[in-house]
Design a binder for this molecule. Structure first.
Ligand code: HEC
Ligand code: HEC
Length: 264
């Protein structure tokens, strides 16, 4: 009993050791943390062990970061025919793989072009024998597929425009409705070309836009494009009304370029 009590008695020496030990443990922890921080900072100067992967990731996230910062509602950029070809169609058509008509080979494309643009578009969208639907890339939009076809067909002598079949000529009633929508919502800018809007009867300004196809113009008018506000700035305007306004603008632009092709 008394022995037991003796053993738990703390001598000044024990006290000193315990105190030093108690100080040493947190001291060691602090020392390790400092070393860790220094190590991490030193490591920042040394070459990244995975520079390629890191660069690839940065490259991949960059365009999204940029476009989100500029305008989160910007329509997804539709690729050009050249880009679609390089990214998707090239895989087969560059070499003529699987019996596909080879790029720029007029003999291979002649008969196909003769079928007409509409058939080619239909086949490329839906697939045709060993030609997979949309070249095997379901993310391609209709207009991107159309541009890919036109890029290839025109390189083999055709003179097609990337138009979608949906682009039926608007009815006379649509144009009347479109004219009204235009007068109320669009004329303020497009009659005068204020802030860089393409003037309604400026054939030169509209020529490149007409080539983009109506789907692109609908998209630009509904979602906004560069300086052009979405729906002309009228949030209450329906998509359908915005489209007939575009129909009206396109019809006017076409009429102008037909009437005075040399007009500036
Ligand atoms: C996996 C291979 C492959 C890829 C990728 C591919 N094609 Fe094809 N394509 C073919 C083959 C094979 C044919 C010939 C089909 C036939 O005539 O039987 C063909 C034919 C075509 C035709 C002619 C159809 C006709 O009616 O004669 C068009 C137009 C076409 N491809 C467009 C495209 C476009 C546009 C892309 C890219 C978006 C693309 N292809 C990507 C294999 C491919
Ligand atoms: C506040 C001025 C303003 C109003 C109102 C306006 N727009 Fe525009 N719009 C612009 C400008 C600026 C551009 C040129 C964008 C550019 O540089 O491509 C443009 C371009 C366009 C284009 C071409 C797309 C492109 O990529 O350039 C279409 C189509 C269009 N507007 C349709 C409409 C329609 C339809 C309306 C009415 C519902 C309308 N706009 C009302 C300013 C306006």
């Amino acid at each position: 009993m008394s022995d037991h009590i003796e053993m738990t008695k703390t001598t000044p020496k024990d006290f000193l050791l315990a105190t030093l030990g108690g100080l040493f443990a947190p001291g060691l922890a602090i020392f390790l943390i400092v070393m860790l921080v220094l190590g991490v900072r030193a490591g920042m100067g040394t070459p990244d062990p995975t520079p390629l992967a890191d660069k690839a990731v940065r490259e991949r996230i960059k365009p999204f970061g940029v476009s989100v910062a500029v305008d989160p509602n910007a329509p997804r950029a539709e690729r050009s025919g050249e880009a679609v070809y390089a990214e998707v169609c090239f895989g087969c058509h560059e070499s003529g793989a699987l019996g596909s008509p080879k790029f720029k080979e007029k003999a291979a494309w002649g008969k196909r072009i003769a079928q007409g643009y509409g058939t080619l578009l239909d086949h490329a969208l839906k697939g045709f024998n060993k030609m997979p639907s949309r070249g095997g890339d379901p993310d391609l939009s209709d207009i991107e597929v159309a541009r890919g076809i036109v890029h290839m067909a025109n390189a083999a002598g055709a003179n097609f425009q990337p138009i979608l079949k949906k682009e039926l000529e608007p009815s006379a009633a649509d144009l009347v409705r479109g004219k009204g929508v235009y007068a109320e919502n669009c004329a303020s800018c497009h009659d005068t070309a204020v802030t860089g809007a393409q003037k309604l009867n400026d054939a030169k300004a509209w020529a490149p836009l007409l080539k983009e196809g109506k789907e692109y113009l609908y998209n630009a008018a509904i979602n906004g494009s560069f300086g052009g506000p979405a729906k002309g700035g009228n949030v209450k305007l329906s998509d359908a009304d915005t489209k007939v306004a575009v129909d009206y603008m396109v019809a006017e632009a076409k009429a102008t370029s037909a009437a005075k092709p040399a007009a500036k």
